[in-house]
Design a protein around this ligand. Structure first.
Ligand SMILES: N[C@@H](CCC(=O)NCCCC(=O)O)C(=O)O
Length: 254
C-alpha cells in the first residue's frame, strides 16, 4: 500500500526517434521501496504544467539526477559547449516544482542534478568540470558500463553536527558514491551546507527555515536503497515526511 504521491519531474530524452518524458527507474523504485510512496512522473512541459494544481494533489517532490546540466544562463553565466548537454524543459519544470514545494512546505529530496537545481532555483551558482579545479577530486562517473561499479560507494563526506541530515544519518563521516562533473559554487542564501567532501565539494544542503523535509544531496542514495544503511535512512525519512504531508488537511495554494 502506498502512502502519499511523490512528483518526479521528467527529463526530455529521445529513443527510437521519438521524444520521451522520462525518469530513471532507480529513483522510482527507491521511492516505492525506500519511502513507501507512489511516484508520479511529471512531464517536462516547458509552459504547460499548472504546478499549484499538481501540488494540491502531491505530498512530496523527488528531483532526480541526470547527465544533462542546468543551463548556465539560469545562474548568470554564458553557455559554452563545455557546460552541456542541456535539457531546458527539465530545468523549467524542476525548478518550478522546487520553488513552489519549498513555499508550500511540501517535502523535497533533491539528488545530484537535483541539488544543483535547488541551489540555482534559490539564487546560487554552479562550478563546471570540477575535477579540473585546483585541489578537487575527480567526482565523475567511473568509465564502466557496469552500473554497480558506476554507482559504487567510493569517497567519504563529513555530515555537519546539528544538521538536518545529521538527525537522519548521524553526524561525522559517511561513505557515498559520486557521478558528477558540476557542483555548487556560490551557495544560495537560503541554503545551509549539511555535508562536505574532503576536497571541499558541497555534498548536501538543507533549506534554511524550511518547516519540513527540504534536503539536497550530491550523491546517489537511491541506487543502494535496500542494501546501504545511509541510503535507507534518507529515503525512510523522506517517506515519513511525505506521509505527514499526506495527513495534513488539504490547503489551497495561497
Ligand atoms: N549533470 C550533472 C549532474 C550529474 C548527475 O545527476 N549524475 C547522475 C547521472 C549519472 C550518469 O548516468 O552519468 C553533473 O555532471 O554534475
Amino acid at each position: 500500500m502506498h502512502n502519499g504521491l511523490v512528483a518526479i519531474p521528467a527529463d526530455i530524452r529521445t529513443f527510437d526517434g521519438y521524444t520521451w518524458h522520462a525518469a530513471p527507474d532507480q529513483y522510482v523504485r527507491a521511492a516505492v521501496k525506500g519511502s513507501g510512496v507512489l511516484p508520479v512522473v511529471v512531464p517536462a512541459l516547458e509552459d504547460g504544467v499548472d504546478v499549484d494544481m499538481l501540488l494540491d494533489r502531491i505530498d512530496g517532490v523527488l528531483i532526480t539526477g541526470s547527465r544533462t546540466n542546468v543551463h548556465p544562463s539560469l545562474y548568470g553565466e554564458e553557455a559554452t559547449e563545455a557546460h552541456g548537454p542541456f535539457d531546458p524543459a527539465r530545468d523549467q519544470i524542476s525548478m518550478a516544482l522546487i520553488r513552489r514545494a519549498i513555499e508550500r512546505s511540501i517535502p523535497l529530496l533533491a539528488i545530484c542534478r537535483g541539488i544543483q537545481e535547488l541551489n540555482v532555483a534559490l539564487g546560487g551558482t554552479l562550478a563546471n568540470e570540477i575535477q579540473e579545479l585546483q585541489g578537487r577530486m575527480d567526482h565523475r562517473k567511473p568509465e564502466t558500463e557496469n552500473w554497480d561499479e558506476a554507482f559504487a560507494i567510493r569517497h567519504s563526506v563529513k555530515v555537519k553536527e546539528g544538521s538536518c541530515l545529521a538527525s537522519i544519518v548521524g553526524e561525522g563521516e559517511i561513505s557515498v558514491n559520486s557521478l558528477h562533473r558540476q557542483a555548487i559554487s556560490r551557495l544560495a542564501p537560503r541554503l545551509a551546507v549539511e555535508a562536505v567532501a574532503e576536497d571541499g565539494t558541497i555534498e548536501a544542503v538543507s533549506v534554511l527555515d524550511a518547516p519540513g523535509f527540504a534536503i539536497g544531496v550530491q550523491w546517489h542514495p537511491e541506487y543502494w536503497v535496500g542494501s546501504d544503511e545511509i541510503s535507507d535512512k534518507i529515503f525512510a525519512a523522506f517517506g515519513e515526511a511525505v506521509r505527514a504531508c499526506h495527513a495534513r488537511p488539504a490547503q489551497a495554494a495561497e
